[in-house]
Design a protein around this ligand. Sequence first.
Ligand code: 4NP
Length: 156
Amino acid sequence: MTRILFVCLGNICRSPMAEAILNRYIDELDLDLSCDSAGTSSNHVGERLDKRALQKLAEYGIDAPHRGRQFLKDDFNNCDYIFAMDKQNLSDILKLWDNSGSAQIMLMRLYDPNPENEEVPDPWYGDMQGFEHVYQMLDRTIMNFLNEKLLIPIKH
Ligand code: 4NP
């Protein structure tokens, strides 16, 4: 089973949206994957997603029961891929890394087929349009990652 962790700052907008989107593909396509999300900060531990993130996911028929949790050093051993949403997230993750563990650590948008820049922007200070923008970006990036890594089984 391939284990994927999405990481952002607060773990209430970007990374739990990515987790919810991938979880739906896992269910729909019966993929041999597990996923989770975490924040580099502890500010929103135990909280549900931002209301706007929940609303955007609901528009696409996706539920997100996730509760905020902070990124842990153990995550380096418990994941195969750790996707940072932006460069600050990546730098904060790497500060905790001792070069051990099984995880490949990278920017999420490395797999975006349409990457006009390298970061998933933080929609926290914006409006619903920002959440739509982030939703589309995460959705196409996750699907492209699954395709590139051949993680979608061919059904006979
Ligand atoms: P996220 O967004 O990192 O995508 O979950 C944020 C959520 C909250 C804050 C910043 C970013 N905050 O400053 O509280």
